[in-house]
Design a binder for this molecule. Structure first.
Ligand code: ADP
Ligand code: MG
Length: 707
């Protein structure tokens, strides 16, 4: 039987040392091919470069010695415990090594006298007071007899790669597998990074990079290895970022080349805006609107992300853009992530735009079938100007007659795919995406690399900063008293709960039951409302309306109020089980208050039993209102993978690169990718690379197809 020649795309089960059981384990981590395996990078390295003479060993030290085995054997203690005991020496002295219960060492005759062995472990005083030193359970690497003393040792005498275990496969086994794979491939690792890019940036070849990322070359300073900054590591990180950057650049180039709508800056639009504008826009709002209008009036389709912290006043900017489109005779679609928010936008814009006689309606799945189909007909016939809705708007059977502008509010709730689906509804429609999640710069670069950016970095005037306090469970009564005082003076409060029904967890106070408790026992003198996602739509709407009109004074709610809800008289928010919420989510919730000129308070009620991370989240909330700062901390606490829940939000799942650690490489690689796409060194190189990217992009990075 001949074994097929191993390539990067070979299934990992063909690798020596991988049987069906191990293959299944690896598959559970998404490792199917040899390539997948090699991109399962070490998460850290252990410095086992320094070899210490036995005479220089100090108890407490963790180090490596190179010694020759003298005697060894299995012993049994009086308590019936097996100990494998070994004595070894180097020219300077003697060392004992012990392994508990290591019957296998005896059974498999692992050691015999005369072997040269690296031992790595913690040095201890021999407990029997012999004055000898010992290592308990040291890791070891036996040098093959024929090999020179500093041979290809994987375990010691080098920066040793440490992998996250895959089920029962520990770092040691994984190290062996990597070594076997790299040896079997024997350099047969095609390099996909364009040669011109590799040369200009002085990056090592891919096969060298992979080898040395797993097994750093001896001349690499251990500090560089640990920081993932050896040329080998940098090359792999660069490559991942380059691929994503090039993919986005290609997509962007395609979008820029497309013919879009060239809106006209009409006087009628200016006049309409003047009539309805309820306040003076901030400087930031004016600047951002100009950026949007310039895009809309250019012959290229707009793809712009408007980022602004909660309460920064994105809505009115969007409304002005909508007016421009409608005055040009086009339809506008405004999408929101929840029915509550869509409804609120509908009610707000209908009232605001009333003097202008646009035809505005609301399309959400909760509406009656007959109404919906009538709406769709009017959308198709062009007798509706502004259509507001949830993602029901992108369902296949909604056809627009002349869609000119799409506005997506609170983008972080939408997946990338949804965004593209909607964009395809119109012919190169202008798209404005708005997000309240202040995405850290690094993430924004990858997530929205194909969008232009506008930032609302100024809050509307007369805002008093929200004061946030942490309240321990035993002070609950005082917190309620505080709420009572404010509500008596005519202000309104949110009380937010993490869940709505009793699930498996008993210590969660369900909003429904708590609403009863609050309305009957705690605040019997107030009108207490309840809002949660499972209420029928019209009920939700009714509750929101009554809260807006001040009829409901205390609103018990789940996180459905998280986005967009705007009631400026609400100055209090009490968040129950605050320790259970993510940081960005707490910030979003808190953004519901502090919307008027009265001082607002956010009270975080927290369970005493909470871990350090929860503590840090809560502390951050009490210390800052700055959404960007909060997002950075959130990213650090959660790690990039979890920040949004990778796939869903279209953030590529990087295999080697780390968005926190590698920001500067990201910016470098992105710059290179852009210039590669715009000015490729040669046609052939460019085409070969694009072909590769097209094949790999969807699988590797889970994003929509390239150009
Ligand atoms: P977000 O950016 O969170 O969507 P909104 O658009 O809901 O913020 O605006 C928050 C509140 O601030 C709203 O009540 C809005 O009417 C008000 N607002 C927005 N811009 C201004 C401004 N320039 N001057 C005064 N109030 C403003
Ligand atoms: Mg908003």
């Amino acid at each position: 039987m001949t074994t097929p020649k191993l390539t990067l795309s070979s299934e990992v089960k063909y690798l020596k040392g991988v049987g069906p059981a191990r293959a299944a384990l690896l598959a559970s981590r998404g490792i199917h091919t040899v390539e997948d395996l090699l991109y399962y990078a070490p998460f850290r390295y252990e410095d086992r470069t320094r070899i210490t003479r036995i005479r220089d060993l100090v108890p407490g030290q963790t180090t490596t010695v190179l010694a020759t085995v003298l005697t060894c054997g299995l012993m049994r203690t009086r308590k019936g415990l097996y100990i494998f005991d070994l004595a070894a020496r180097d020219p300077s002295g003697m060392l004992r090594c012990k392994w508990f219960n290591a019957v296998y060492l005896e059974k498999h005759k692992v050691f015999h006298s005369g072997q040269r062995v690296f031992f790595y472990g913690k040095v201890e005083q021999d407990p029997y007071g012999t004055g000898n030193l010992q290592m308990v359970q040291p890791q070891f690497e036996i040098l093959p007899e024929e090999e020179a003393a500093e041979g290809d040792s994987l375990e010691v005498g080098r920066a040793v790669p440490i992998y996250e275990s895959v089920g029962t496969l520990g770092p040691r086994v994984l190290r062996r597998l990597m070594w076997t794979a790299l040896n079997s491939l024997n350099g047969a690792i095609p390099d996909r990074l364009p040669l011109s890019i590799r040369q200009r940036n002085k990056l090592p070849e891919r096969s060298t990079a992979l080898l040395q990322a797993h097994f750093p070359a001896p001349d690499q300073p251990i500090e560089d290895v640990s920081r993932f900054r050896t040329p080998a590591q940098v090359r792999l990180i660069f490559e991942e970022f380059f691929n994503v950057g090039a993919g986005l650049a290609l997509r962007r180039r395609k979008a820029k080349a497309a013919q879009g709508i060239e809106f006209q800056k009409k006087d009628s639009a200016r006049e309409a805006i003047r009539r309805i504008l309820p306040f003076h826009p901030t400087g930031a709002q004016k600047r951002v609107l100009k950026e949007i209008v310039d895009d809309m009036c250019s012959p290229r389709p707009m793809n712009r992300l408007l980022q602004g912290d909660v309460g920064s006043g994105k809505t009115i900017v969007a409304v002005q853009a909508a007016i421009l489109a409608m005055e040009n005779g086009y339809q506008v679609a405004l999408m929101a992530p929840t029915e509550i928010l869509a409804t609120q936008h509908f009610l707000y814009t209908r009232q605001l735009l009333q003097p202008l006689r646009y035809r505005i309606d609301l399309l959400i799945s909760a509406r009656k079938a007959a109404e919906k189909s009538e709406l769709k007909q009017r959308i198709a016939a062009g007798t509706l100007d502004l259509i507001i809705g949830t993602h029901a708007l992108i369902e296949e059977d909604v056809d627009f007659s002349r869609l000119g502008l799409v506005i997506v509010d609170e983008q972080h709730r939408f997946g990338v795919m949804q965004r593209y689906k909607l964009m395809r509804k119109g012919i190169n429609t202008d798209v404005l995406v708005m997000t309240a999640t202040p995405i850290p710069r690094t993430l924004a670069l990858t997530l929205y690399g194909d969008l232009d950016f506008s930032v609302l970095d100024e809050l509307p005037p007369n805002r008093t900063p929200i004061e946030t306090r942490l309240v321990e469970e035993q002070d609950r009564a005082r917190a309620f008293e505080f709420v009572r005082e404010k509500v008596r003076r005519g202000e309104q409060a949110y009380v937010v709960y993490p869940v709505i029904e009793e699930g498996g967890k008993l210590d969660l106070k369900p909003a429904v039951r708590m609403h009863e408790h609050l309305s009957q026992n705690v605040f019997p003198e107030f009108r207490v409302g309840l809002l949660h996602g499972r209420l029928p739509s019209d009920e939700k709407e009714g509750v929101m309306q009554r809260f807006k009109q001040g009829e409901i004074q205390v609103l018990v709610s789940t996180t459905v109020v998280e986005v967009g809800v705007d009631v400026s008289n609400a100055t209090l928010m009490l968040i129950e089980h605050a320790e259970r919420f993510g940081l960005s989510q707490l910030h979003q919730l808190r953004g519901r208050i502090g919307r008027g000129s009265k001082k607002s308070f956010c009270l975080l009620l927290a369970e005493e039993k909470r871990n350090e991370v929860a503590d840090e989240r809560l502390r951050t909330m009490t210390e800052t209102n700055d959404g960007f700062k909060i997002a950075e901390i959130d990213l650090r606490l959660r790690g990039p993978g979890e920040f949004f829940g990778t796939r869903q939000w279209g953030i590529p799942a990087f295999r080697i690169a780390n968005l926190l650690r590698d920001q500067e490489i990201l910016e470098w690689a992105k710059k290179e990718a852009m210039s590669f796409v715009e000015h490729p060194a040669s046609r052939e190189e460019f085409e070969a690379y694009v072909a590769y990217l097209r094949a790999e992009w969807p699988r590797r990075y889970g994003l929509a197809a390239v150009a």
